[in-house]
Design a protein around this ligand. Structure first.
Ligand code: CP3
Length: 355
């Protein structure tokens, strides 16, 4: 394998000195880019884009051609696992993901197959290999998965949800079946992330997008416990280098110490928590990723620069920070504002990395 030309992202995750703060964006390959929309059209639909390794590679590379991102993220989706379990994932224009089959009983859980992800999701590992070849050591590649709880919410609801009434009712009414479902998903996710690492992923992120809708005790029992289990089961080292794990619970600001104690290497932050406070609480234990409000990208270059400066100052001098948005970039952002964001992080962070 080619040595990495830019390893700022991996160094920051390990808390090692860097020349400037590394930056990437959740959902950096996506609809805000006209070239993404063109490639998706060529593929036909979103899942066909995910299943075509060459096209998935193409859209992974698109944001890197425009901006000096310090990491690439595999182009895929978190819902590939429930799809491979036979739930029939499809996307309707403007409505987000939907499943043909939903999980609503202990029997439904029982009937879900155990995945052999290297086989059942070989289109994902194929994409990882193709992307690694194309990156040719320019920047590291991030693999990812959804958390068991977040995947379970989609599997039970059958789509996105505002109040998660079905997923929560299942958790309250059938806690044993819920635990069985989460356990099955945790095994699948562990297996899936290890397959991505074997294929060439150099860091992995677990997206717990909906962990923050739970009570503290339910979060511990139904989300964090399973992520902890996954972290413990992951391949620790590949190609002679540590494979760091980033754990992102949206709205997890109340639980930072517990998240940091999960064994992860980095805690992903949404924009509701002050990064300086997060650093004071857990910065000695893990690195931090985040945490600009993505909607600031709708504002002006001047406000974007000011917000980047504010977050860098709040984090303060020294390593251990990967700059990112606090959630994914939204579809109709002006691509020129993303350039301002990335350039501002690189330019304004250098003063915090001297000596
Ligand atoms: O970050 C990246 O660039 C990598 C690709 C990536 C996608 N989805 C591509 C995608 C990643 C990491 C995801 C994760 C994902 N998918 C999450 C967790 C992160 C988050 O944002 O909270 C969730 C909850 C999903 C499920 C999902 N997939 C939803 C809710 C949607 C519809 C959202 C929307 O914007 O319409 C998707 C579809 C999806 N996944 C798109 C992309 C680029 C948009 C599809 C399209 O219309 O082309």
């Amino acid at each position: 394998m080619t040595a990495l030309k830019n390893d700022r992202f991996l160094r920051a995750l390990a808390g090692e000195p860097v020349d400037m703060t590394p930056v990437w964006m959740m959902r950096q390959a996506g609809r805000y880019l006209p070239e993404y929309r063109a490639t998706r059209k060529l593929a036909g639909d979103f899942m066909s884009l995910c299943r075509n390794a060459e096209l998935a590679c193409e859209v992974t590379m698109q944001p890197l051609r425009r901006y000096a991102m310090d990491a690439a993220i595999l182009f895929s989706d978190i819902l590939t696992i429930p799809d491979a379990m036979g739930q029939g994932l499809y996307f309707t224009e403007g409505e987000g993901p939907r499943f043909r089959k939903v999980v609503r009983s202990a029997q439904d859980v029982e009937q879900l197959p155990e995945l052999d992800t290297a086989k059942d999701l070989s289109y994902v590992t194929d994409a990882v290999s193709v992307i690694r070849r194309e990156l040719n050591g320019s920047v590291p590649l991030i693999g990812f998965s959804g958390s068991p709880w977040t995947l379970a919410t989609y599997m039970i609801e059958g789509s996105g949800s505002k109040d998660f009434r079905n997923a929560k009712a299942f958790m309250f009414n059938e806690p044993e079946a819920m635990h069985q479902l989460l356990d099955k998903l945790a095994r699948a996710v562990t297996n899936y992330l290890n397959a991505q690492i074997a294929a060439g992923a150099q860091a992995v992120q677990i997206f717990d997008t909906w962990g923050g809708v739970l009570s503290t005790s339910a979060y511990r029992e139904f989300s964090l416990a399973y992520m902890q289990k996954i972290v413990a089961g992951l391949t620790k080292e590949s190609e002679g280098r540590k494979v760091p794990v980033i754990l992102f619970t949206k709205n997890g600001g109340l639980w930072l110490e517990e998240i940091a104690a999960s064994g992860c290497d980095c805690v992903g932050l949404d924009w509701t928590i002050e990064i300086g406070r997060a650093r004071a609480l857990i910065g000695a234990k893990t690195s931090l990723q985040g945490n600009m409000d993505p909607t600031i990208l709708y504002s002006t270059p001047k406000s974007i620069r000011a917000e980047v400066a504010r977050i860098l100052k709040d984090y303060g001098p020294g390593a251990g920070h990967v700059f990112n948005l606090g959630h994914g970039i939204t579809p109709d952002v002006d691509p020129a504002n993303v350039a301002v964001f990335v350039e501002s992080v690189h330019e304004l962070s250098q003063q915090y990395h001297q000596g």
